[in-house]
Design a protein around this ligand. Sequence first.
Ligand code: F6R
Length: 656
Amino acid sequence: MTKSRLLERNHHEHSPIAVFPGSLEASRAVAAEIATLIRARAREGRPCVLGLATGSTPVSLYAELVRLHREEGLSFANVTTFNLDEYYPLAPAQPQSYRRFMRLHLFDHVDIDPARTHLPSGTVPKPEVDAHCAAYEEAIRAAGGIDLQILGIGRTGHIGFNEPGSPRHSLTRLVTLDPLTRRDAAGDFGGDAATPRHALTMGVRSILNARRIILLAWGQHKADIVQQAVEGEVGPRVTASFLQEHADAVYVLDDAAAGSLTRYRTPWLIGPLAEQGLAWDERMTRRAILWLAQRKQKPILKLTDDDYNEAGLQDLIRVHGSAYEANLVGFYQMQHTITGWPGGRDPARAKPGDAPVRPLRAASAAVFPKRVLVLSPHPDDDVISMGGTLCRFVDQGHEVHIGYEVSGAGAVSNEAAWRLLAFVRDSGLANPAAAAKLGQICTELAGDSTKPAAAELLRWKGLIRRHEAIAGARVCGVPESRLHFLDLPFYEAEARSRRYGPADVAALAALLDQVQPHLIYAAGDLDDPHGTHRLCLHVLRDALAGAARARAPWLAQAELWLYRGAWAEWPLDDIDLAVPLSPQEVLRRRRAIFRHETQKDQALFMGEDRREFWQRTEDRSRRLAQAYNNLGLAEYEAIEAFKRYAPAEFAVSTAF
Ligand code: F6R
């Protein structure tokens, strides 16, 4: 990481940060720094001691280090490593063990001496844990201390497994995992019940003892906690904040993970926009006005010059002349996001005086009916996230297709699978050989509900979810012939090791070419704890880039709209399209969500929110309607919101 990559620090930021357009570029820069360090030490005939992390974040870093080893001769012969943590109890051969993770992603692919790779052991007997932890500290000391420590950050703000409350002086020890951390890990362990409650982790002090620290964070789901760690108070509530006290610790972020920092979220608080190379364009103006209205708890049109001045927004008043003028700009921007005709109106039924459908702007605005392609990462994201809008498209006469991207098999509990498979087994419809096979699966499921899923079982689970999706789409009026099950291959890998490739992109590209959509709706929900949505978005981006290269004629007419999933809503200032729903539509959406029975009361990926999906969806879309109303806009029962991208621009953006 060259110094030039560091951003000039402002008074909100208490740690240095480097921000890259995407995680791959960031990983390459960090890998280059590691390589330089290893080589420098090798030249001096000295060992290089690295502190390593696991989890989804450093996967791209390790891939780059492996590439440097294979293609550029980087040797790890002089490298000693200490990993931060390990689940406890857990055997090293278990698929979820961090020892196995490290072998899979790094150790087995480079020339490192296995004897020099250290991880806390998940198998030491309980009475020996303290001695084991003390020996781990001693081993770090004996190796000369850690030269460079790599960290990720958990959504609790943890580094290593130093959950909130871990003191500054903590050393390697046995800890209890935070419920949020356990829920994030539940996908790897096949459910909450099988997820360990404890871990062995290096302490805050052991980490801060490293001579240099690089904390990596990718994705929007890390943005808020990164902001707290970098801009908040130092203390055990967010243990990553202790990095503020380190003389050489840097945060390496992608755009999305940096998104909540003041410099990006509310840059007017830092100084005049012009001095930051920014301008009061439409988006920034709206963001500031909405921020002010929410802060003052006032409708937009009631904001006064004093309100603007007190909040440090004199600059905005200067641009618009008065609060009155600025308010109108903000108000109409929000007003124009609302339409009950997300695909435009049928020109044959147009009446004089109909308001224009403003949010649509592409060359397809006049096309009616439109081909609409809704991409649903999991089989229930379509109805959970945009079930009301989906129904509207159908009712308003558009040709709606739904592309289900992954099978979602991993989120069917063994219990739910057992119930349905036992039904098929006992139905008498299965031939004897199939019935015997089902019988065997049912016996296994009944005996050990945490047994890792075998391929055959996963196939059944995928089928169960497929039929739930068909039933859900039926409620919305989308026929089976317009449902496309892509079963993207990246989903077959273990959750933490999932990476997409050409086969995934080709499958989606083929669907785009087949449907030639005017409107594409996709999940822009980057908060899903298992990362599938993020990968699906990457796949879409690459497929669109391919279509742009091939000059696919449909692309010129296409618009891309991103919806958020079950975990979060778009911030108000990001919304480009708001589709209001009537109370009846809310109920119909609920019925569609109910078709996903395996996800109803025992979904494996609930996240920190224990409400069922239909409840979250309703609460979220009602809250959004309320927020619009609070701003002084019309009062609706519920609203579904979307953010617009030009497909071609999206294809070159690496923000995800
Ligand atoms: C892993 C570790 C953890 C992770 C953190 C982020 O060794 O110590 O602190 O770095 O939980 O995990 P991911 O990268 O999966 O989001």
